[in-house]
Structure formats: C-alpha cells, structure tokens
Ligand binder design. Structure first.
Ligand SMILES: [Zn+2]
Ligand SMILES: [Zn+2]
Length: 338
C-alpha cells in the first residue's frame, strides 16, 4: 500500500484525470481511511465547473466518503483502526471565531471543505481530520451510507429550517430529496415532489417513496404548502415556491449554488413568507441525522460506478439520469475493462 488511484481535477471545467498518487500519511489529528464508497454530489459539479471559486488545484473531489480507518495520527482519540467512519463536507473549523463560538461552525470564516479546499474521496484512500469524522454502522452497505453524508445531512438541516409544518414541497427530486421524503414520511408529514418538467421517472420514484403528490416544477401545488425546500439549483424556482406556500410559509434553498433569482413582486413574499439559504453543516447535524436515519430506517437508492468512471457518473448526474444517488466504489471494475 504505497500508491493509490485517484481521480484528479487539474483545471476547472475539465474532465477528471485518473492518476497514481502516493498514499498520504496522517498528521497528528488525522486518520487515513480506505475508501469503500464515495457519493457523487451536485456540489462536485459546481466545484468542477468553477461555479464555486478558489478550489484547491489539483483536487481530488468527493465529500460523501464511507471508509475504514487504516492508520491514525498520534493525536487521534476515539477512532480506531478497523472502524468504519464517514467523512463529510465540513473538514475543519477554527473553533475560535464568532460563528464557531456561537454554535454555527457551518459558517466559520476559516472552515475547510472536503473535496473542495482539501482533497476528498474520489480515490482509494483519503485523509481526514478525525475530529470531523463520525462512526457509521458497520452492518450497512457502504454504498447506501454514502449519500447520508451530504445529501442526507444537508437535507436534514434544510428540513429543520422548514419548520414543523405538515405539508412540505420538495423541488428537485434527487439524492437529498429521496432521503428527506423518507424522513418526512417517518415524521408523518406530506411530501409534494416537484421534478423537471416531464420527468415521469422521477415523479414515479417520488410517489414510490411516499410522496402524496408529484408533478413538474411548472405545475402549481394542489393546495398551499407550509414550506418548500429547493434542492434544484434553479433560481426561478424561488418565486415559484413563494407562490406555492401559504402565509407565514418558508422557502429554504438547500443548494450551495443557484442560478440568478429573477425579480418578483413583493406581494408573493408579503404575508410573512420567508426565504433563506442553508450553508454547509455542523457536527451536531451529522450526529442528529445519523440517529434519525437509523430510527426512520432510511434506505438509499444508489447506482454504483467504478472510481475510474467518475466522469461518467458526473455526466449522468448533470443530465438528470440518476434516480437517487450515484456512488463511486474503488472495488467496482471500470466499464470497458475486463
Ligand atoms: Zn471558526
Ligand atoms: Zn454534497
């Protein structure tokens, strides 16, 4: 174990390149993890496309990492070799700024992010600061666990900000939505799923997961919603969702990047409706979501890809051809190899 396969972004707006890199060694607070699975998230597309600026280059993307600890640094406490861990988007926070001290480490000015400002999990091995990893159940399929680490966590944070309302609209029915729909069902809420226009497969998928209604994002909600969660990175959905929610209703934008929001008349915001974004996650979100996911017995639908086929997985996600989540697995054979 001295070298490893990694998929590397060398310049933005370019396909990833497969490279052989030395297996890194953990510093004092770090663990070295053998990657079992790494989810492919829409944020990876925003990083690769350069819509999120100042990515580390060259970069190994990927921030939904499930793996086994194979080596620990001298100052690691509470994680052990052989243990299965999850490595999420939040890689490091300063612990001293106004936000960190106020319980909002997700907003830390000095935060670092996995697969964006530090290398991530599109590789056979990944390094992570042990203080930001958390144990995952050893008895579950690693493919199924990968989407928990961002789609699940960010989706959960968005659902918390949506409040206690019963009627939840979900706009964009991908990896995060398919998990949050199951949480809503567990919490006895009603889900209204809005997909790309004419995406019958996604609408059928949403109904299968318990959605009370599914239709195209251009359709009006069948009755007023208590809250709307936008997973699709489409700014035009903000005024649309404002029109779908009742007075006092909330519109939560869960994505890290969105196209421009068109101007809209004040009267659709009037009535104490609100719009807010969700940024990153805290370690508390991770702890809460993992407990909830186990309790609600959330199942993820995943399409596994070989690590070497990362570009293909990204293309499928971009084109809207993934039902549920795409996951890279270093042990799956690449297409075209024998
Ligand atoms: Zn901080
Ligand atoms: Zn993500």
């Amino acid at each position: 174990m001295s070298s490893m396969l990694a998929m590397e972004l060398r310049a933005t707006a370019m396909p990833l390149t497969d490279v052989t890199r030395p297996v890194p060694r953990p510093a004092a607070h770090q663990v070295l993890v053998a990657v079992e699975a790494c989810g492919v998230c829409r944020t990876d597309l925003h990083v690769i496309d350069g819509e999120l600026r100042n990515a580390k280059l060259p970069l190994v993307p990927g921030h939904e990492i499930v793996g086994t600890v194979v080596e620990t640094g001298n100052d690691v406490h509470g994680l052990h070799v052989g243990e299965r861990v999850g490595i999420p988007w939040l890689a490091y926070t300063c612990g001293a700024c106004h936000y960190c001290l106020a319980g909002q480490e997700n907003l830390c000015d000095l935060a670092r992010f996995t697969g964006y400002t530090v290398d991530g999990g599109y590789a056979e091995y990944a390094l992570a600061d042990a203080r930001y990893c958390f144990p995952l159940p050893a008895d579950r399929d690693p493919h199924e666990l990968a989407p928990w680490l961002c789609a699940g966590l960010i989706g959960y944070r968005a659902l918390r900000f949506a409040g206690d309302g019963k009627r939840i609209g979900i706009y964009g029915f991908g990896a995060a939505a398919h998990m949050i729909a199951q949480v809503c069902r567990h919490q006895e809420r009603e889900v209204f799923a809005f997909t790309r226009e004419g995406d019958v497969a996604a609408q059928r998928f949403a109904r299968k997961l318990g959605a009370a209604w599914a239709g195209g994002s251009e359709e009006s909600a069948p009755s007023k919603l208590d809250a709307a969660i936008l997973f699709a990175p489409v700014g035009a959905l903000v005024p649309k969702a404002l029109r779908d929610v009742r007075k006092g209703g909330r519109v939560v934008c869960a994505g890290i990047h969105m196209s421009d929001i068109p101007s809209f008349p004040y009267d659709i915001l009037w009535g104490e409706r609100s719009v807010r974004s969700v940024a990153n996650l805290t370690r508390q979100d991770a702890t809460e979501f993992i407990a909830l996911a186990r309790q609600a017995n959330i199942e993820s639908s995943v399409t596994p890809y070989a690590l070497r086929d990362a570009n293909e997985a990204l293309r499928a996600l971009r084109d809207g051809h993934v039902l549920g989540a795409a996951v890279l697995d270093p042990k799956v054979k690449a297409s075209g190899t024998v």
